[in-house]
Write a protein that binds this ligand. Structure first.
Ligand SMILES: CC(C)(COP(=O)(O)OP(=O)(O)OC[C@H]1O[C@@H](n2cnc3c(N)ncnc32)[C@H](O)[C@@H]1OP(=O)(O)O)[C@@H](O)C(=O)NCCC(=O)NCCS
Length: 188
C-alpha cells in the first residue's frame, strides 16, 4: 500500500510517534470515540501507544491539510479482508473507518478523504467492494458515506464492543467496484 495519498486539499500520510500530542488533543474529545467506538484517549502516552500498535498498520493514514502536512486533523483507515461476524464475507473487500478532529468538522474533509480512499481501493488495488459502518444516530457519518456513493446493505444488532463493554447496533453501507465505475462513467 502507498505511504502518501493526495486530494485537492488533503494529504494522507503515515502516522508518526511525534504526532502523539496532537492525536491526544483530538482523541481525548469524547465525541470522537463515541462515533468511532473507542474510549477517549486519557493522555499523550496512551495516544503514542495507539500510534505504535494500531495506527502503524498498513492502510492507516493521518489526514493532514496539504499546506500543513505536519499537523494531523483526523484519521482514516482501510482494513482489507472478511469480517464474517459483521456480514463482510469476501477477502477482496475492505472496510474504511475515519474520524476528523472536532475543530475541523463541517468543511467536507471526511467526504474528501473517504472518496479518495474509495477510489484508491478500486482503481489502485482492485478491491471488489468497500464498506463503512455507523452507529444508530450518527447522521453525520451516514451523510458522509452517502456523498461517497455508498448504499445501505444491512444492519448488525447486539454486537459486543469489548473495549466499551457494551452492546451496539450498526448500519453497514457499501459500494461495489461495478457501482463505483458505473457512477464515475455517468459523472464524466
Ligand atoms: C462523521 C465525521 C467524520 C464527519 O466529519 P466532517 O469532516 O465534519 O464531515 P464533512 O464535512 O465531510 O461532511 C459533513 C458536512 O460537511 C458538509 N460539506 C461537504 N463539503 C463541504 C465543503 N467543501 N465546505 C463546507 N461544508 C462541506 C457536508 O455537506 C456535510 O454537511 P451536512 O452534514 O450538513 O450535510 C465527524 O463528525 C467525526 O469525526 N465524528 C466522530 C467519529 C465518527 O463518527 N466517525 C465515523 C464512523 S466510522
Amino acid at each position: 500500500m502507498v505511504g502518501i495519498i493526495k486530494t485537492e486539499r488533503l494529504l494522507l500520510r503515515k502516522w508518526k510517534e511525534q504526532d502523539a500530542e496532537i492525536l491526544y488533543r483530538m482523541a481525548s474529545d469524547p465525541l470522537i470515540g463515541k462515533g468511532a467506538g473507542w474510549l477517549p484517549h486519557k493522555d499523550a502516552n496512551y495516544s503514542k501507544a495507539i500510534i505504535r500498535t494500531i495506527l502503524v498498520d498498513d492502510g492507516e493514514f493521518a489526514i493532514t491539510l496539504r499546506d500543513n502536512p505536519d499537523i494531523p486533523i483526523g484519521s482514516i483507515g482501510l482494513r482489507i479482508g472478511a469480517d464474517q461476524k459483521r456480514g463482510i464475507f469476501r477477502e477482496d473487500e475492505a472496510e474504511i473507518g475515519y474520524w476528523i478532529g472536532h475543530d475541523y468538522w463541517g468543511n467536507g474533509y471526511a467526504v474528501e478523504a473517504l472518496s479518495e480512499l474509495v477510489k484508491y481501493s478500486f482503481v489502485d488495488i482492485g478491491l471488489s467492494a468497500v464498506w463503512c459502518s455507523f452507529f444508530d444516530g450518527n447522521d453525520k457519518s451516514r451523510k458522509v458515506t452517502e456523498k461517497c456513493g455508498m448504499m445501505y446493505h444491512h444492519r448488525n444488532e447486539n454486537l459486543f464492543n469489548s473495549m466499551l463493554k457494551e452492546y451496539y447496533n450498526e448500519t453497514m453501507v457499501r459500494i461495489s467496484a461495478e457501482e463505483y465505475f458505473m457512477n464515475s462513467k455517468s459523472h464524466k
